[in-house]
Design a protein around this ligand. Structure first.
Ligand SMILES: Cc1cc2nc3c(=O)[nH]c(=O)nc-3n(C[C@H](O)[C@H](O)[C@H](O)COP(=O)(O)OP(=O)(O)OC[C@H]3O[C@@H](n4cnc5c(N)ncnc54)[C@H](O)[C@@H]3O)c2cc1C
Length: 447
């Protein structure tokens, strides 16, 4: 079993050279994940003459965009429940409609630009493995009606649910739309298209400091300085490394296992005819999907916070306790696959905000930002990037007025300083885990 990210094995990357000479541009983007790349794409589409430079400390797609689990979800932030509670049903419906459009457009983008992101338009199912989780599905179905979902999903129960995915653990299943992709290939394909459009990506170029000088922004990197009229900080889970966003978001670790490719005989043991992904309806979700080469990706479970916002991949890419939890859950879902070997076990950081929804806008320093997708960013980054395009080009459009977009400088709820954050994260995590184990003790949906 390797403690490395499976997706990185599906397409080799040779990072480009670091920036060595000072450059001046109209828009500088820090971070070449989906947010930075889609924003560059939409800006170049809107105004091909605009000079756009992206600074990426590693390679395009090295962050969460290249190693997420590939569920293109319509979910915004942590949950539908949280979004409706925060924004109300009408505003939530506007945001959901926009993200729904993004899901379709990502598919069209891949077709049009020959990006082989192994897209499967199968979507995924929310599943329940206990009566309490069935009630959560019913609650989510009622919320989906409130946000105007056109064809309200039916909840399949018992044998009908296992007709979708033949796992003995599943009691009920509800379709949730969306798609499955290879995230790394989407990021790399998008980087290629953005480069063809004339944007410049400087890989192995870390932004150390952003400051203002003579009416322009300057970004100090290892070997050169970039000056720009406008700057977007698009580093999501790394956003806290910039002083002005220090308390805006927290990196939380999320883990997954990937098996060796299943043989036809192994595959035939589980009825899974349409290859949809599934996500178990609990606080610390458990999820599974097939990859294009018929591996099972199985992930979720406890999502730890590392004190001091530690994101060191060499230390935390593997977590023995979470791995044990996931192996147990995998065998509970698929007891006929005890002979299936795990080839990869790894984790990465999601960016979480205090109110569990993403935030997009212009900071009082004048910097543009987007962060806090809370583990549901593949489609939402696409929508957020349209909003960023319109904010940067100073256009008042429906995207610039979506509920997660701040039209002027605003203060989002900040996390407290350490050690309060560490203690608070640990306490909340314990309560959420307890509710997953003993829902009878605490019936209210917390997050
Ligand atoms: C393990 C995991 C599983 C996930 N699963 C899903 C899923 O199934 N479905 C879903 O919708 N979402 C999922 N997500 C969330 C989703 O991947 C993210 O929300 C999304 O990729 C965020 O994109 P981004 O461009 O904002 O950030 P990122 O992709 O993280 O890009 C930020 C980039 O900034 C660079 N950077 C950071 N600091 C600097 C600096 N100082 N200078 C230069 N560059 C810098 C980083 O190297 C990185 O490439 C998952 C995330 C993780 C970690």
């Amino acid at each position: 079993m390797r403690h490395g990210i499976y997706w990185r094995d599906t397409e080799a990357v040779v990072p480009g050279p670091p920036l060595r000479q000072d450059v001046a541009c109209d828009v500088a983007v820090i971070g070449a994940g989906y947010t930075g790349l889609w924003t560059a794409h939409f800006l170049k589409q809107a105004d091909p003459g605009l000079s756009v430079h992206l600074l990426e400390m590693d390679y395009a797609g090295a962050g969460a965009s290249g190693h997420n689990d590939g569920f293109v979800t319509p979910t915004i932030g942590h949950s539908l429940h949280g979004v409706v509670r925060r924004w109300g049903p009408e505003r939530a419906a506007e945001a959901y409609a926009a993200v729904g459009r993004s899901i379709m457009e990502i598919g069209r983008f891949c077709d049009k630009n020959a990006v082989d992101a192994e897209l499967e338009r199968t979507g995924f199912h929310m599943v329940a493995t206990s009566p309490w989780q069935v009630r959560r599905l019913e609650h989510d179905r009622a919320l989906a009606a409130l946000v105007g979902t056109r064809s309200l999903p039916e909840i399949a129960r018992g044998a009908d649910a296992r007709d979708v995915i033949g796992s003995p653990a599943i009691l009920a299943a509800m379709p949730s739309g969306g798609a499955l992709i290879n995230p790394h290939r989407l990021a790399r394909g998008l980087a290629r298209v953005v480069t063809e459009q004339g944007a410049v990506i400087h890989e192995r170029t870390r932004a150390h400091q952003i400051y203002q000088d003579g009416g322009r922004y300057r970004i100090r990197t290892d070997h050169a300085t970039v000056s720009a009229d406008k700057v977007l900080v698009a580093t999501d889970a790394y956003q806290h490394t910039f002083p002005m966003f220090r308390r805006a978001s927290l990196p939380i670790w999320s883990y997954a296992l990937v098996t060796e490719p299943l043989t036809d005989a192994q595959l035939a043991r589980v009825h899974w005819p349409r290859r949809e992904g599934f996500v178990e309806s609990r606080n610390f979700i458990v999820f599974g999907r097939l990859t294009a080469d018929n591996r099972i990706l199985f992930g979720g479970g406890p999502a730890p916070y590392r004190p001091g916002r530690d994101m060191d991949e060499s230390r935390w890419i593997h977590d023995r306790d979470v791995e044990r939890f996931l192996l147990d859950a995998f065998h509970r879902y698929f007891p006929v696959w005890t002979d299936v070997r795990v080839s990869h076990s790894y984790g990465g950081c999601i960016g979480v905000t205090r109110d569990l929804v993403p935030h997009v806008g212009r900071h009082r320093t004048g910097l543009y930002y987007a962060h806090g997708y809370c583990g549901n960013g593949i489609a939402t980054t696409h929508t957020a990037s349209k909003a960023l395009r319109d904010l940067i080009l100073d256009r008042d459009t429906p995207y610039a007025r979506l509920p997660f977009v701040a039209s002027g400088p605003h203060r989002e709820a900040a996390f407290p300083v350490e050690p309060v954050t560490r203690v608070g994260a640990k306490a909340l995590s314990a309560v959420l885990a307890l509710q997953d184990r003993r829902p009878d003790l605490l019936r209210r949906t917390i997050v």
